[in-house]
Design a protein around this ligand. Structure first.
Ligand code: HEM
Length: 250
């Protein structure tokens, strides 16, 4: 029987996505916010800001998922009871920002960009929605419990789970088993090689959007800042962070 070559693209979409996003995943783990978070170094201010961004992101993601729940390009991945985070994030917003949270929560430029892309994909390229769902939900199922405990300890939160509902999936008994089911559903999606390649590129872009969302809030337009000068390159020749969007495929 023929076996794939070690360095060829894996056959299953789930394997291909994991392989293709390995490098950006390392970048995500090394994002300053995540590195500090893992050491228990997180402030209420920083945590609240990221949670608000996640709220905006999941509202957009889940709106587009609902729009496409019967589209064969997404339908096998439709698990609202198990996965959807909007209601949990609304409770978290009320905890962190109070009863008038809807008027109080911040909305950064990087988050707006991510939200814009989610709407574009859902409306115009729904075959790519799998890339965004994969990046968020499988990531959440992988790290959630650990991150929840770190946040509770670092921020001195009640053990009842208030403020960190986002990290709990009450309708997923085993994250490992659910991830296996999810991967097998991803592998049933029928797509041409061309679409498959675009899904892979979109997943890498989704990681970059997440990394950017985790960076410190961008300075207002026109602020003097050497860091954001477009002509500068880092010592390793890579693009400065202000040009991160040039690496996105769209
Ligand atoms: C502190 C930062 C992070 C740590 C320590 C971390 C750690 C992990 C671990 C241990 C896994 C499980 C691997 C496995 O089951 O084989 C995983 C999977 C995953 N993570 Fe992260 N992660 C981090 C940040 C992120 C971010 C920011 C994203 C994107 C938003 C992300 C997306 C994913 C995805 C999509 C998977 C599933 C990979 C697959 O099985 O295909 N992770 N992560």
């Amino acid at each position: 029987m023929e076996r794939p070559q070690p360095d060829s693209m894996p056959q299953d979409l789930s394997e291909a996505l994991k392989e293709a996003t390995k490098e950006v995943h390392v970048q995500a783990e090394n994002a300053e916010f995540m590195k500090n978070f893992q050491k228990g170094q997180v402030t209420r201010k920083g945590f609240k800001l990221v949670m608000a961004s996640l709220y905006h992101i999941y509202v957009a993601l889940e709106e587009q998922i609902e729009r496409n729940k019967e589209n064969p390009a997404y339908a096998p991945l439709y698990f609202p009871e198990e996965l959807h985070r909007r209601a949990a994030l609304e409770r978290d917003m009320a905890f962190w920002y109070g009863p008038r949270w809807e008027d109080a929560i911040p909305y950064t430029q990087a988050t707006r960009r991510y939200v814009r892309r989610l709407h574009e994909v859902g409306r115009k390229e729904p075959e790519l929605l799998v890339a965004h769902a994969y990046t968020r939900y499988l990531g959440d199922l992988s790290g959630g419990q650990v991150l929840k405990k770190i946040a509770q300890k670092a921020l001195d939160l009640p053990s009842s789970g208030e403020g960190v509902d986002f990290f709990t999936f009450p309708n997923v008994a085993s994250a490992t088993k659910f991830k296996q089911l999810y991967r097998s559903r991803m592998n049933t999606l029928e797509m041409t090689p061309e679409v498959r390649q675009r899904v892979i590129e979109e997943a890498k872009a989704a990681f970059l959007l997440n990394i950017q969302m985790l960076l410190p809030r961008r300075l207002p337009e026109g602020s003097p800042s050497r860091t954001f000068s477009p002509r500068r390159r880092s010592s390793d020749g890579s693009l400065p962070s202000a040009l991160w969007w040039q690496r996105l495929p769209w």
